[in-house]
Design a protein around this ligand. Sequence first.
Ligand code: PLP
Length: 363
Amino acid sequence: MTLSRVPLIRPPVAFDDVEESLRAVFESGIFTRGEYVENFRAEVAKATTATYAHLTTSATTALSAALRVLGIRPGDEVAVADFSFPATSNAVEEVGATPVFVDVSPETFNMRIDALEAAISDRTRAVIFVSTFGNPTGLHAIRDLCRGKGLPIIDDAACAIGSHERGARSGKIADLSCFSFHPRKVITTGEGGAITTERKEWSDRLGRMLNHGAVVENGRWEFVEPGTNLRLTEFQAAIGIHQLRRLDAIVAERNRIAGEYRKALAPLGFRAQTYASDAGGNSQSVVFRVPEPGMRDRLIAHLKGAKIESTLGTYCLSGTAFNRKRYGKVCPNAESLEKETITLPCYEGMPLDRVLSGIQSFF
Ligand SMILES: Cc1ncc(COP(=O)(O)O)c(C=O)c1O
């Protein structure tokens, strides 16, 4: 019998789930800026409990839009959590500012507050916290520190739809929060993103910026400032809505699978990402530190031989080829996490026993 491949993730939506909606989009002839986009935007606001939500083409474009709304420009520094996908610091480069990398906790994988305090200079204009793999632990504490210093905070919540800390949903905690709907995320539209805020002024500015700086005045478009096109299509929105309406069930199942992994792998010496007792994640990625340094790549290769997909956790941003050459200071915890973490498959209906046997057979 040939074994089928176990992918890292499978989108929580099937063609049958959305066939009717997609047919309705085709039949309407409205492929953009229609009712599905508007409903999806409203569902994002509902799921995050945010007052204002806007859709974007990705989390990367959401992050650079957030930085533009804050007026970040060349010469400014933006403190950035160092364990993340390069999109986080690329967004800072995109607006011409300088990322200052802040080391993370080896337990929660999130920005350390003491390291942030040490990184803040008189050129710091904003902070990007990353809710790593959907874990918002520490976000309130860092937000409060930022408020005390008059610095705006962005939550790179690319992975964090459906997560919460201290009773507040991701999307409602930071000044601006940026989400991703890439296929590796909990909800996917193929590509796509969203940005949420509580501030009307920023929301109004975002609304214009995402659509060429346009507002409707006296029944016609007025282009009141420069902007761009970060719009999603009706097809993407139709796919996203279906999943977002099931968000709580999707998150509950992912967290259940993550719990099973923890139970089975702790005795082998795997260390899971930790959460504060008042924080809850969505297990966007199930990531462990391997029992011994140097074991990770061999384990990934072993699992590949068993047709099980796995990958590294994420990247040490200060250690990428570009940043190492340009800024020359690598954060040690993020550097070890990049080398020692593994992401394991997690999705509804996955063959967990097969993945666990694959891991156990490595030892
Ligand atoms: C923490 C983080 N930020 C930003 C991004 C970029 O998301 P997108 O692909 O939607 O631009 C990712 C994607 O992996 C991510 O993990």
